[in-house]
Design a protein around this ligand. Sequence first.
Ligand code: PEP
Ligand code: MG
Length: 748
Amino acid sequence: MADKTFESESRKLLGRLRDTMAEEAAGQARLDRITHLTADSIGTEVCSIYLFRDAETLELCATEGLNPASVHKTRMKLGEGLVGKVARRGRVINTADAPKEPGFRYMPETGEEIYSSFLGVPIQRLGEKLGVLVVQSREAREYTSDEIYALEVVAMVLAEMAELGAFVGEGAALTARHTQAVMIRGLTAQEGTAEGNVWLHEPRVVVTNPVADDPHSELVRLRAGVETLRVGVDEMLASAMTQDTEQLEVLEAYRMFANSKGWKRRMEEDISRGLSAEAAVEKEQSAARARISQVTDPYLRERLSDLDDLSNRLLRILTGQGQETGAEMPPAPILVARNIGPGELLEYGRRLRGIVLEEGSVGSHAAIVARALAIPLVVQAGNISTEALNGDHVMVDGDQGIVHLRPDDTVVSAFRDKMAMKAEAQERYASIRDKPAITQCGTQVHLHMNAGLMADLPSLHESGAEGVGLFRTELQFLTRNKMPRRSELVDIYTRVIDASHGKRVVFRTLDIGSDKVLPYMKAVSEPNPALGWRAIRVGLDKPGVMRMQLQALLRAANGRPLTVMFPFVAQFEEYRAAKAEMDKALARESKLGHTLPASLEIGAMLETPSLAFAPPKFFDEVEFLSIGGNDLKQFFFAADRENELVRRRYDTLNVSFLTFLEGIVDRCRASNTRLSFCGEDAGRPIEALCLAAIGLHSLSMRPASIGPVKHLLMRHDLTEVKKVIHEARDNGNQSVRPAVMEYLRGRT
Ligand code: PEP
Ligand code: MG
């Protein structure tokens, strides 16, 4: 427990700091006063504040005791000298004999040679490095834990003051943060470019009162806040209703933290030394974040992020700042968040121009939704959620995975040029929208679009697609928190068929498992989910949901044509079993007196190499096949489509893969089976041209790709492209891409 006299001394210091904050004074005067007060309170000869001038350089910004002429002149790199070391490691250095300390570097202009002891603490806010606070004295002594603590509290208040812009206007190092241009490199999850203004999904909680007068009332507030938090976490646990032991363990660990005595005790101690309840929470949160960046053990990292999350909740409870801040969404909003769920993203819908996530992954559900909404999305975007403020100007380059926050004029004009070029291309595509994609050799290639949400359907008209070649029904299931009822499905499918105005829509039955896990279904732990219990395998083993879905589709068709395909069929028998389910559903509907579809086409997705070698009878029986190139390619090359290390390793235009696809084309031609291709590659113009050249004359892609693909197809002769492909193969090339590119260059 902290010493009582020390507590009151530390409260006195904080009280004075608060007065300093309240005074009308320039930033420099404030900093000077803080160093004076701190040196006085701790009883040291020197107190100095070093702040970051840029990401790599610290600058002495104020001092009591060192040579005043060195202020704003003395600088060091991150990691350089003891100050640089404190900043780099985010940890305290406390030494009685500074010159003997490894890494010590003497700065002659400061006159510090006469001081033996050194105590440096990092100034950081929520894991973000802002600077270093140092005290030094002649006497060779180590500082006590109370003194270290006092200095940490001052550092924390300094960080809060910096956040509030208390030091603005005093030299480069003191310019307000959140005003500088920042470029953040992330990963592309949905292509496209957007310019707009930041809209924070969860605005930062701003602590305006880091220092408090009355520790007792702060303690009461903290305890009440913790209690509200605890009850909330218990309720969350009760409603999770999961049987999965792993998931339960995680939730229990979360609850344990909410009840952690150590956490509460540390916050109570912070309060007894003069911090407000919210500042105490934030101090512990900062400490947890600093540790997160240092630990490598994934389990420990998870626990620390639990603590981070709990601190956020507690801060919202204490400050009353939640999502409802009263702020208005800016025009052209670009959503910025640490992460977001698919349901929340759908609520924003098409209002958003772009999305930037600090976490997230290319294959996440949020990414699926963003793709369906055709909103540019960058994931793994550094520390964007702490860097950005609501309303900041931002440019999202979804093609390169780059985000320009508060860009300067040169970036703005280069970016706008790029957008203008894209817009020009879009105009070109609009002019051919209603024309069929007929190549120079007279072959018509049928272009369809992929969809999965109601929000996609307006694109059917806008893109000029001939129909929906793949309707991913699982999106309706993934974006809810409970299983949809049959009547809801009937309603959705009816609206989809209505909106298609007679164009063909290929409904794919539920494709869950692998990376698409329904939050309300019992999770199964699988060593390799992509090769696991997914899609039609789940549908056949637990037919309840599939039956409900088939029934809903038949009812939605209500006398109109219906097309259904089963995903991930690996062998003939699976197709037969699924088809038998459809026959049963038809019989049931007929018995109940419902109107049956005018026509019914049943097909399968070819996503595993095994199906390409199914018996001829399969090709005779199945009415159509659609190649799911995303999955097929990952199994053909044994390269996980979600794994950044390997997913781009093998080219779709690899000779082996194209030869394999040609084999499928031949088999379908022989049995007169309708064939299409609906993986992502169908939407890439060069790939689409090659697929068409080897005989795939029906392609389904993202709506935005139809224009560029059609534009290229119309300008080329497929027989010539086919010749180029075969020549490259005969020459022993690994991929036909270089040869095709060379050919295209020669023709423009
Ligand atoms: C595919 O695998 O190519 C496909 C279209 O299905 P999904 O991407 O939904 O797995
Ligand atoms: Mg697939």
